[in-house]
Design a protein around this ligand. Sequence first.
Ligand code: GLU
Length: 513
Amino acid sequence: MEKQVRVRFAPSPTGALHIGGVRTALYNYLFARKNGGKMILRIEDTDQSRFVPGAEDYILEALKWCGIEIDEGIGAGGENGPYRQSERKGIYMEYAQQLVDEGKAYYAFDTPEDLNEMRERLKAARVASPQYNAITRMTMKNSLTLPEDEVKSRLASGEPYVIRLKVPRKEEIRLNDMIRGWVMVHSSAIDDKILMKSDGMPTYHLANIVDDHLMGISHVIRGEEWLPSAPLHVLLYKFLGWEDSMPRFAHLPLLLKPEGNGKLSKRDADKHGFPIFPLDWTDPKTGETSVGYREQGYIPEGFVNFLAFLGWNPGTHQEIFSMEELVEAFSVERIGKSGTKFDINKAQWFNQHYLRQKPNKELAEQFQKELKAQNIKCSDEKVVKIIGEMKERVTFSNDFWAEGKYFFVSPESYDEKVVKKKWNIEAVTALTAYKDALTNIENLNADLAKETLEKALAENNIKIGRVMQAVRLAITGVGAGPDLMNIIEIIGKEETINRIDKVVDRLSDRVKE
Ligand code: GLU
């Protein structure tokens, strides 16, 4: 019988979840859903020195925002807990002990000085990368070299020790990665990795393998940075006698810098001015806050759609996918081997698309919150209209205020470029004539506003094309935007007249002949 699909997302709570981590979570989720399996969230917190308070909550919130649902584990419960490794300490020791008893691992008592000395010795003998391995282990202080009773007495006296894996000297380790195919590594390239640390905590390697086994994980989908560890993991499965139920591995391609050379880092993101984290994050140590995709105004559906394409493609021209459609279309076979260049413009493109799909009413409700914060009262009906005007012109919902402020308040400044180019006697004449004509108009709407303007200009022999930008400048303060007559309809006759008076007054000393 086919094994039930059970995948896990296993972040370490060492800070905010990086965008690459969110992609890993997403691919695991899509794979689980596609195959009717379960998505498990496990927190790998065995490295106490790197623990960051708040990171776990952050991970949960970020996954929730993306719509990545957890079936089992942290935040969801389940029968295979606890799901936080620091709460499973006792379990790991048992397996490490089993390996020692079977001669597959050993106690090592070497001090940092001993290790240093070994490295120096090997370096002097021109060994390129000195390691604790099949050759050097016999020169060190461990249960393979020390007499049995000495080992016992050292252990009994509470001397610090670690447990190391006894990696065979000559063995070919093979692994069939779902994305990369066969990966072959010679055991001589692997050192005798520490499995249990002197603080009684397991290392990542042991804890990860024991948990994946005990939690019945069928597929390990994770970032490429873990590929070098995979042969060691295969060896551990074998030594623990779990080879037959070993999960299948899929190592996801790296996310590359926008320039395409090397792994995307927070520094690159900062340099290019885009977020690296899904949500705002304040580093508790430095107090430094990094802005998140959510706070920058990204819509989660668009963000997820963008992430899905960072390494995977459906093999068709379709780009817009809802989460359900992604589940339907997803397959590990369509994940590429090579790294994916990070392109923030694409993220914005997706966002723009999803923003346009949103009903104006929904966007208006959201926008009302921003307006409230700005102390502006405006009827829902009017806000819906404004959204309708702006929607096609913005990338983020935050832009509605930034770019459409003039719908609510009279401009305080005027775009200098437009002033320089278009502010002249003709413009002032046109605006004055328009203002006078508007005074007599009842029930002003966009059509009437246009008709009135055309008539006023014709009476003064002014071509509309010559002054249109100046009229826009008067009303909005800027040189471009949605249909000006619609803007005039929305702000109304009084406000339009006031704005014309204001600009004529404010720019009186700037009028060119
Ligand atoms: N704790 C590891 C991490 O932080 C998990 C790696 C894995 O999935 O095996 O990414």
